[in-house]
Design a protein around this ligand. Structure first.
Ligand code: PSU
Ligand code: MN
Length: 311
């Protein structure tokens, strides 16, 4: 495309042909999201689910100062470098990361939807989006993920938002920004490790075709941004809500004790949850990411079949 953004060969061909592609973020697959070797395993399973659904996986990352959509998932060194990445890059970090030719940057949801939109990829899968943190009324910590979802014409599939957020305020914020929050075969907004946060979604969809139809209407009406598709963790992988509450308390206490702020918060809480659940949160995280990838592939196929959306 240009020197700032590079599409992987297979991704570039699919975009040109209007074939289905699913973008993936890379923070979740780095040590900041999951411990090794679960991170590589998670990526393998997401990739396989996307392929099985008939779409091309497009892992996003910053590699040698270029925003890559479609990291080489083969044997080369590129993938290992991304998995080992420890510089978290959100959308606002992209200008400096690219201009200063950062070696490896792992992309958050906000950076990934920004790159996906720039590459012409309309569907993206993640584990859980960032959102309004608990205590945000004091700290002001609201993830840019929410604004990015509203800004770019990309469908994001996630298992709700990170469990340790203030989910009620996260949903209010998405409403303020005008982002449709649709439940995938559910009326309830999921809470990452558990299927029901106690909050409703704004609408329910039953298929990729339903989402494609929504997109067509959104574009016709001039809605500039994305849609959040909330897909609950598979029932068999769901964790006990009580256990999660205890683990969350441990994670948040550690954040407070260490006085952490901003981007440093999420990786520490995730690690503390893994520890407090004796690693039980990891298989759950893998299962929900894989399920999101499969749903995203379904949606990408339907969007591709519907053809280019006209305003
Ligand atoms: N949720 C997870 N694991 C993660 C993240 C979210 O279960 O690794 C990452 C995603 O990349 C998300 C980012 O975009 O955390 C949000 O970070 P922040 O709250 O600093 O905006
Ligand atoms: Mn934040």
């Amino acid at each position: 495309m240009d020197e700032m953004i590079r599409l992987g060969d297979e991704v570039a061909a699919a975009v040109v042909d209007g074939d289905p592609v699913v973008a993936l973020e890379s923070t979740i697959f780095s040590g900041l999201g999951l411990p090794s070797p679960a991170n590589a395993e998670c990526l393998r399973r997401c990739q396989a689910a996307i392929r099985a659904g008939g779409a091309v996986p497009a892992l996003t990352a910053v590699v040698d100062g270029v925003g890559v959509v479609g990291v080489d998932l083969g044997e080369g060194p590129e993938l290992d470098r991304v998995l080992a990445g420890s510089d978290k890059v959100a959308a606002r970090d992209l200008p400096h990361a690219l201009a200063s030719r950062l070696g490896i940057g792992v992309t958050t949801v906000s950076a990934s939807v920004t790159l996906a939109a720039a590459a012409g990829v309309p569907v993206f899968a993640t584990g859980g989006i960032g959102g309004v943190h608990r205590g945000a009324e004091l700290t002001g910590d609201i993830s840019h993920d929410l604004t990015a979802l509203a800004r770019h014409p990309v469908v994001t599939v996630s298992a709700g938002a990170k469990a340790f957020l203030d989910l009620g305020r996260t949903l209010e914020h998405l409403e303020t920004l005008g982002v449709p929050v649709v439940g995938w075969k559910t009326t309830r907004f999921p809470a990452f490790y558990v299927r029901d946060s106690g909050f409703p979604v704004s609408a329910t969809v039953e298929s990729g075709t339903d989402v494609a139809a929504m997109l067509a209407v959104a574009r016709r009406l001039g809605h500039p941004g994305g849609v959040l598709v909330a897909n609950p963790i598979p029932t068999a992988a769901e964790l006990d809500p009580n256990r999660i509450q205890e683990a969350l308390a441990a994670g948040l206490a550690e954040v407070q004790a260490r006085g952490l702020r901003g981007p440093a918060v999420t990786p520490v809480v995730l690690a503390a949850i893994a520890e407090a659940t004796d690693g039980g949160s990891i298989p759950a995280n893998l299962a929900l990411a894989e399920s999101n990838a499969a749903v995203a592939a379904d949606i990408a196929v339907a969007v591709a079949e519907a053809g280019p959306v006209r305003a």
